[in-house]
Design a protein around this ligand. Structure first.
Ligand code: NI
Length: 217
């Protein structure tokens, strides 16, 4: 099978898995990360096959498992890749990306060991900021029953992974606890400049939000 056909087949499998799952984990997030990672790869020098497989499988653990097993994603990805007779070296490189990619709170460093992983992580972080990031953040907060904004509840920086996961803070706080920090955590030059543009958009958005909240003319 050609690499291109493998990527298409894996994309179809991932889409099907996520669509069959009622928990609302979102194929379209995967799709955006895949497209963005491809765009970054056009400029940064990387192995496109590894980037595409890493992007498509980066959240595969969330499809089925959501407990604390941080290697669940890598194991699930391996099962899928073995269906396509992919060599062990390639599988290992994809698994490394998946196990390293998740963001665990702003106090915890999550270094990526390969350029391909850096690109997938940048693409994943880019999907958390800008117009899509704002929409995702409010959708998530609404789903959890959180208020949009409470002026008296201040953002909490430097949280542990536990407190980050269990936060019940208003959605606006999440901008300060995660979204606005991401532009300084990009790995690649291309990712950085995409993040700068999306960051500026969020700052404009927040200014408008507070102006409207306070009834400014
Ligand atoms: Ni993701």
């Amino acid at each position: 099978m050609k690499n291109k056909d493998i990527v298409e087949a894996v994309a179809k499998m991932v889409q099907k898995k996520f669509e069959d799952e009622a928990s609302g984990h979102d194929w379209w997030h995967i799709y955006r990360v895949w497209q963005t990672a491809k765009s970054i790869s056009k400029i940064e020098k990387a192995d496109l096959f590894i980037v595409e497989l890493g992007a498509l499988l980066h959240d595969i653990a969330d499809w089925k498992f959501n407990s604390g097993d941080l290697t669940a994603g890598g194991k699930e990805a391996e099962k899928i890749l073995l269906l396509f007779n992919i060599d062990q070296n390639t599988i290992q490189r994809v698994k490394d990306i998946i196990d390293q990619v998740s963001f665990k709170g702003d106090a915890i460093e999550t270094p990526m060991s390969s350029i391909e992983g850096k690109i997938v992580q940048d693409a994943d972080r880019l999907d958390a900021i800008g117009a899509i990031g704002i929409a995702r953040t409010f959708a998530y907060g609404g789903n959890k029953g959180r208020p949009m904004y409470s002026p008296n509840i201040k953002p909490q920086l430097n949280q542990t992974f536990e407190s980050y996961k269990n936060s019940t803070a208003p959605t606006i706080n999440h901008f300060y606890e995660k979204l606005l920090l991401l532009k300084d955590r990009m790995n690649t030059q291309t990712g950085k400049s995409m993040a700068e543009q999306r960051h500026l958009f969020m700052e404009t958005y927040l200014k408008q939000f507070y102006d409207e909240w306070n009834g400014e003319l």
